[in-house]
Write a protein that binds this ligand. Structure first.
Ligand code: FES
Length: 86
């Protein structure tokens, strides 16, 4: 499975000691791309449970909930396109 996510940052985020979880003493960095507290994991990755191999998804907010949608095709501005599952 893959996921289409949107980020608007244009540079790196430098972490420091204040980013450490005071209870666990570590930093959990989001790798699913869905966290509302990006770059930190906020547990939203649990919504990816049940994703199928070979399928591309996009998560959209609707009625206050994050909903999973299957991506069938990506269209590029220059007219190109691609099946995200290939
Ligand atoms: S890995 Fe993305 S929210 Fe946890």
């Amino acid at each position: 499975m893959t996921r289409l996510v949107e980020h608007d940052a244009t540079g790196p985020r430098k972490l420091d000691e204040s980013d450490l979880d005071p209870e666990k003493g570590d930093v959990a960095v989001c790798q699913c791309g869905l966290s509302g507290e990006f770059p930190f994991c906020d547990g939203t990755h649990r919504q990816t449970d049940g994703e199928s191999d070979g399928v591309c998804y996009r998560y959209v907010e609707a009625d206050g909930e994050l909903r999973r949608r299957r991506v069938e095709r990506v269209e590029l501005a220059d007219g190109g396109g691609a099946d995200p599952d290939e």
